[in-house]
Design a protein around this ligand. Structure first.
Ligand code: GLN
Length: 253
């Protein structure tokens, strides 16, 4: 059987900061190395998408002005389809601005409000000072605690809604809001995170988790993702974590 995954890259021309597209490339590469065919569709303003068209959706980060440009299309044109996909368990990875846009609203620091999709119950408030850090998080996956390296740059503080689950625990950095110690969110197979820079190329455990979720959804729960070395990605992650820890060591000397 020739497995195939279709990745829908939403608003790639507007939401693509700090190499967010690297996440799509990492998904593609780790799928193709396993002999899985991958097609990437760009889905921006004016492009049509229906539920059933894609197996994985990706939405990157953007500046406030770009979020203002795509908000109307996301809410009024693609909104119902994206909500249906999320409810049906399509895998989504959304980063920073894209993560904010899945929530109820984003209030910029000057009080101007962007009405977001409302697919998930979180909301975001911008402040004048930005959270800019190399970051370290921990996730629980397959009963194991895995250390993840990332990078954040956002003015928005995101607050999860009642019962909404976080994605990761913050070890270094600010995460959702700098207060509660959590980073991102997970609902069904939809993930939101503040981690750019890019998240997946350095953290293959997350790449493989997303591929596995998408392939099991498409080909049945018995589908097993073939083994694939993580040696190169692990080196990149280790280097990032050593750099972050080293920087902190220097600052405290
Ligand atoms: N504009 C949003 C903020 O500053 C998102 C920024 C981003 O995607 N990096 O919070």
């Amino acid at each position: 059987m020739q497995e195939k995954l279709v990745i829908g890259h939403f608003y790639p021309d507007l939401l693509n900061l700090y190499g967010d597209r690297g996440n799509v490339l990492a998904l593609m590469r780790r799928a193709q190395l396993r002999g899985i065919e991958v097609e990437v569709r760009r889905i921006s303003i004016g492009d049509n998408v229906s539920n059933g068209d894609i197996d994985i959706g990706f939405i990157g980060g953007g500046q406030d002005c770009e979020q203002n440009i795509m908000a109307d299309d996301m809410r009024n044109v693609k909104g119902e389809v994206i909500k249906q996909m999320i409810e049906d368990g399509v895998v989504f990875l959304t980063v920073c601005g894209g993560y904010q846009m899945l929530g109820r609203y984003y209030e910029e620091h000057d009080g101007k409000r962007i009405e977001c999709l409302g697919a998930l119950p979180h909301y975001t408030k911008g402040e004048k000072d930005r959270f800019i850090n190399d970051t370290i998080y921990e996730i629980e996956t397959d009963g194991q605690t895995v250390t993840v390296a990332g990078f954040e740059n956002h003015s928005g503080r995101t607050y999860l809604g009642e019962g909404q689950k976080p994605f990761m625990k913050v070890i270094k950095g600010h995460g959702n809001n700098g207060e509660d110690g959590y980073e991102g969110t997970r609902y069904k197979n939809t993930f939101g995170t503040y981690s750019h820079g890019s998240l997946l190329p350095k953290n293959p455990v997350i790449t493989d988790m997303l591929l596995s979720l998408a392939l099991k959804r498409k080909y049945g729960e018995d589908y097993e993702l073939p083994e694939l070395s993580t040696e190169t990605e692990d080196l990149a992650r280790k280097q990032a974590i050593d750099y972050i820890n080293g920087k902190e060591g220097k600052a405290s000397q």
